[in-house]
Ligand binder design. Structure first.
Ligand code: BGC
Length: 841
């Protein structure tokens, strides 16, 4: 691990920030660009809006990155030579925000007290709605920018309210007033997710900047000056919240029923013919492109479409070409269309063109039939459509399958939810396809893959004495080593590193011993047997660790206050007590030099997905990997891959997309980038169906098996098939009544038996401990996972670890009376996967 003993900016930071600044415009897009006011020259600018000075680089919670500095929009514009003519407005807004924050905290504490809930838990991640205000728009000049921002975070969902999902009256008034008053005007969205723009749709220029990490303000300046050009596309459909089928019933404290089934995002909007404000896959740039399909090849194994893309506008740019397919309706109903492949062109100058190929496996079009527990391709027409958004596609080919085929035989998983689909599409694939070449697929040429499912684990007998080092030298196998370990040692391996009796003390982002502020670490109790620890740090918008620490003897002391974000919600007495209880630094500690760890923040997950670029994600993964390698992080707790089922989810900003292909392929690229660095891997999370934050520890997602497989697991599967994530984090929630980390169906039958995943699975933090659920103060319908249930299910590691986890495992082993009777063989199976990853990483 590199130790930096000076607080000055390091060359690696400069290099990484420059690279992020170059890549981030690929995540940015115009939602509207109806005049040619932009790009502009630097000059006077009237700058307004909540995000102008208090720019948001990313959301809150474990996804927040502690940076040295990030560039706000005000700063970025000034650095680029703009002079801001509305400083008075910005000062007034600052003042208002400070006042509003004080009132907000009081309100949160009051509500928590009334509900008998711990204010820290209740306030966690709660977005403060933007306040109403009335200040004169007195900035001078022809050019104005209004920066609308929204924040959200772990622990709370967003609200269908003014100042959150909807605009405030003041925002609507001033955005429209700016449009009328200034010659050139752009509304810039510094948001992590959807906002309802219907009231301001008259505005000619709307730029979705998103939240881009450290260089956010610089990137905006570059785009406005035309030094770089936006080339992103929406990875989620934008519409007023009432139009999403997931809105009704979203955020139920106990059971959230996924009534829309597979009709998530554009699969719903396109099929139900509901017009969104902006469709999935849509995004404008400075220039325009023409798409022409040149050739199509289809057989039983692969579909390949070659498309010529020509830049027909006045600026350079990159285009994202999207290939959708519509499947025939047979026994199963089908969405109007589903994304099968996408690719981004290289930079095309005015007039330049390029041919891109979009490919996918023919069996990717199969649907899951719950009655036969099989993936099937139904007989009929498969229509292929090429376009640059889900609303703008043209038919380029049709493939006809003569007979229904079964492409894989599975078994049903996660039983318990019989959901009548909200919508049934019977019309599909009947369009007139006269002038399109028809390709014929023969049912006889498909093979059916039959999965077999694990039985109970068998104990590995001890055959020889050996150590972890022997595995590394190739003189012993992982199994031979695992067989030498006692039950206690196996149990330790299956629990994160903890201090005896520390309870939830490590909760506050300091559960690792080796790196200050890292989220967790694997056990150090087998160090004598040569088993090293793996350090885990949060993401996904960069690496989350403490920025300053001291090394005193063998121990690491964080200098940042890991509780800082929660202190607002504490009462003065609690703060005083904390200050008194905090251990006073020893002389040795005082004398030790400070070490500095300033990682940089990259664009949030949603922005990464908006790049629709595997190359951008690979390069950003590479940057994170380089910093992991420098600072001794082995596992990055990212990418966060839950499907964006509803814009109300508070953690959507960390997540990628409503579409499993976009989410899966781009997360895979991030993993491939991280793994360019020796000893570094990712932890894809939260597996699975963690699509809301409300009562997240014990909320039950009630979903049909078809939707589970085709939507909510599909992205994890795609990521695993296209990369090699070292580990997976199971989620807090339950799935059809079974806790995700106790679900053998999810963690063994799907993950290992069907997908052949070889890494290990860890729980989310304290997800297997009732204290988390109880600390909310509410009587919940469901309970948390159980440590022994984790071992039984194939959740190999309980994080971040507590004495209680160890006791629970040791008291249960070989005790058939208990709910989850586990034995040595099961513990060995988990430990084997943990050791495998440690050896590999
Ligand atoms: C979050 C995870 C995170 C973990 C460790 C949990 O509260 O849900 O995403 O990785 O904490 O900080």
């Amino acid at each position: 691990m590199v130790r930096i003993e000076t607080s000055t900016v390091q060359p690696f930071e400069e290099k990484h920030i420059t690279e992020v600044r170059e890549l981030a415009p690929e995540c940015v897009l115009f939602l509207k660009r109806e005049d040619t006011s932009f790009p502009v020259q630097a000059g006077g600018v009237a700058l307004y809006g909540s995000g102008a000075r208090k720019t948001i680089k990313g959301g809150t919670g474990s996804g927040d990155v502690n940076v040295r500095h990030f560039v706000t929009i005000e700063e970025g514009l000034e650095r680029a030579g703009f002079s801001i003519t509305s400083k008075e407005w910005l000062d007034k807004y600052d003042h208002l925000l400070a006042e509003t924050r004080v009132k907000f905290i009081e309100q949160v504490k009051k509500e928590a007290a009334e509900m008998g809930i711990n204010p820290i838990m209740y306030g966690m991640g709660k977005p403060m709605p933007e306040p109403e205000y009335e200040f004169e728009l007195n900035g001078e000049g022809d050019l104005a920018i209004y920066v609308l921002s929204r924040i959200s975070g772990e622990g709370a969902d967003r609200a269908d309210a003014e100042g959150d999902i909807n605009l405030t009256k003041a925002e609507i008034r001033d955005i429209l007033a700016c449009r009328a008053k200034y010659k050139k005007f752009v509304l810039v969205l510094n948001v992590g997710g959807m906002v309802n723009l219907e009231p301001v749709m008259d505005v000619e220029n709307i730029l979705l900047l998103s939240q881009l990490g450290t260089p956010t303000g610089d990137v905006l300046a570059d785009v406005l000056l035309g030094k770089s050009f936006p080339s992103g596309k929406l990875a989620m459909t934008w519409a007023p919240i009432q139009k999403y089928p997931s809105t009704e019933g979203f955020g139920d404290m106990d059971d959230t029923v996924y009534n829309e089934g597979i009709y998530v995002g554009y699969r719903y909007f396109d099929t139900a013919k509901v017009t969104p404000t902006f469709p999935f896959g849509f995004g404008l740039s400075y220039t325009k492109f023409d798409l022409k399909t040149e050739s199509v090849e289809i057989d039983e194994s692969e579909v390949c479409v070659n498309v010529r893309v020509t830049n027909i506008g006045d600026y350079p740019g990159k285009e994202v070409v999207q290939l959708y397919s519509s499947s025939p309706v047979g026994e199963l109903d089908k969405p109007y269309q589903e994304l099968r492949a996408f690719t981004k062109t290289k930079k095309l100058l005015q007039g330049q063109s390029v041919v891109v190929s979009l490919k996918y496996n023919t069996i990717d079009m199969a649907s899951y039939d719950e009655r036969s527990a099989a993936y099937i391709l139904e007989a009929g027409n498969y229509i292929l459509r090429v376009g640059n958004s889900s609303k703008d596609t043209t038919i380029c080919a049709v493939a006809v399958l003569n007979k229904t085929v079964k492409v894989s035989q599975c078994k049903n998983i996660c039983p318990g939810a019989q959901i009548k689909p909200l919508l049934s599409c019977r019309e599909n694939a009947k369009e007139i396809i006269d002038d399109v070449v028809v390709h014929t697929l023969s049912a006889d040429k498909f093979e059916c893959k039959v999965f077999s499912y694990s039985e109970k684990a068998v104990e590995i007998p001890k055959t020889k004495e050996c150590s972890f080092e022997d595995i590394m030298n190739g003189t012993a196998t992982v199994d031979e080593f695992v067989a030498t370990l006692s039950n206690e040692e196996l149990a330790y391996l299956c629990i994160g590193l903890y201090e005896d009796g520390a309870g939830m003390g490590s909760m506050v982002g300091a559960a690792a011993k080796s790196v200050a502020g890292a989220a967790g670490e694997t056990t150090d109790r087998l160090i004598e047997k040569g088993v090293p620890t793996l350090v885990m740090a949060d993401g996904p918008a960069g690496i989350r660790v403490c920025t300053q620490y001291k090394k005193v003897g063998e121990s690491i002391k964080a200098m940042d206050n890991p509780l800082a974000g929660m202190m607002d919600f504490m009462e003065p007495e609690q703060l005083k007590m904390m200050a008194e209880m905090a251990p006073k630094p020893t002389e040795e500690e005082l004398a030790a030099p400070i070490n500095y760890v300033y990682c940089i923040a990259i664009p949030i997950g949603t922005a990464l997905a908006q790049s629709f670029s595997q190359e951008v994600c690979l390069r950003l993964g590479d940057i994170v990997g380089a910093e992991m390698e420098m600072f001794g992080i082995h596992l990055w707790l990212a990418p966060a891959m839950n499907i964006q089922r509803s814009p109300l989810c508070g953690r959507d900003f960390e997540y990628y997309s409503e579409d499993p292909l976009v989410s899966g392929l781009l997360a895979a690229s991030i993993d491939n980038g991280v793994r360019k660095h020796k000893g570094c891997g990712t932890t894809i999370k939260h597996f699975a169906l963690n699509n809301q934050e409300t009562n997240r520890i014990v909320s039950n997602s009630v979903v049909s098996e078809r939707a589970i497989r085709e939507i909510y697991l599909k992205n994890f599967e795609i990521c695993i098939r296209n990369a090699s994530p070292a580990t997976i984090m199971s989620s807090y929630n339950l799935v059809n009544g079974v806790h995700a980390n106790n679900s053998r169906d999810l963690l063994t039958h799907i993950l290992r038996d069907e997908w052949e995943y070889e890494g290990f699975v860890m729980t989310d933090w304290y997800a297997a401990n009732p204290i988390m659920a109880e600390s909310g103060g509410r009587k919940n319908k469901h309970s948390t996972g159980n440590p022994c249930g984790c071992i039984y299910a194939g959740n190999d590691m309980i994080m971040p670890g507590m004495t209680e986890d160890f006791e629970s495992i040791m008291n249960t082993i070989d005790n058939p009376d208990l709910q989850y009777s586990i034995d040595r063989a099961m513990l060995q199976a988990c430990a084997r996967r943990v050791i495998n990853v440690i050896a590999k990483v």
